[in-house]
Design a protein around this ligand. Structure first.
Ligand code: MG
Ligand code: ZN
Length: 228
């Protein structure tokens, strides 16, 4: 019982920070997204391709979460993000709302219309931590196996959008796209899918068009999570 109480207190404190983030972003009409995936699925690559395509029409700010290094923030800055901040968690396996709040203090929010938070590569616990985001996107890739949704169900159940990356490799890997989609839909019937290749550019027009419309609140995902 004491352990459970402690965990609840930590999550309750996190929710207080998350509410503060929402209060800071909402009046500025800044829409925020939490990008989650296993390591190597292509979060940073998808961010780079997205910023290259949308950077001219939408001011995108990025909070980069990594255990160590600022390598990903440097890639994002080079791709043309309006504002970028790197968070190093020094061993922590997920981002927490207080870390995002501290990063927000370093961003010039006047230069941000869409905020993307790249979480730590991990399919187990990041979804337990509300970061004050409006939308959760899970990226999965054809090289990591088509059983990820059933092995890590909560991650996929909590997402509004699932992006399947590296579809250019489908001829070379044993990945059954329909099987993966069926697993996700069984957990999360409302989810929206995108199938992309950050290497060839396949599917990126559809993803970027949708994201731009969503950032301008011209479409909704139909999810309860987004109406809060
Ligand atoms: Mg990354
Ligand atoms: Zn964790």
């Amino acid at each position: 019982m004491p352990k459970l109480t402690i965990a609840q207190n930590i999550l309750a404190a996190n929710d207080t920070y998350a509410a503060g983030i929402r209060q800071a972003l909402a009046p500025r009409h800044i829409f925020s997204i939490n990008f989650m995936s296993s390591p190597g699925a292509g979060k940073t690559a998808l961010l780079e391709r997205t910023i290259e395509r949308l950077g001219g029409q939408l001011q995108i700010g990025v909070i980069e979460g990594d255990v160590e290094t600022s390598a990903d923030a440097e890639r994002i800055e080079a791709a043309g993000a309006s504002e970028t901040v790197q968070i190093n968690t020094r061993g922590n396996c997920h981002l927490e709302a207080h870390m995002v709040q501290a990063a927000l203090d370093q961003l010039d929010l006047d230069r941000v219309e869409l905020l993307i938070i790249e979480n730590i590569g991990n399919l187990i616990c990041p979804n337990a931590w509300d970061l004050g985001e409006d939308l959760r996107v899970v990226i999965t890739s054809t090289t990591e196996g088509d059983d990820k949704p059933s092995k890590y169900p909560q991650m996929f159940a909590d997402a509004q959008v699932v992006v399947i990356n590296k579809i250019d490799l489908l001829p070379y890997v044993d990945y059954d796209l329909e099987k993966a989609r069926r697993q996700v839909l069984a957990l999360n019937p409302q989810v929206r899918f995108f199938e992309v290749s950050c290497r060839t550019g396949a599917g990126l027009v559809e993803w970027c068009d949708w994201l731009a419309d969503f950032a301008r609140r011209e479409v909704t995902s139909g999810s309860k999570e987004l109406q809060r």
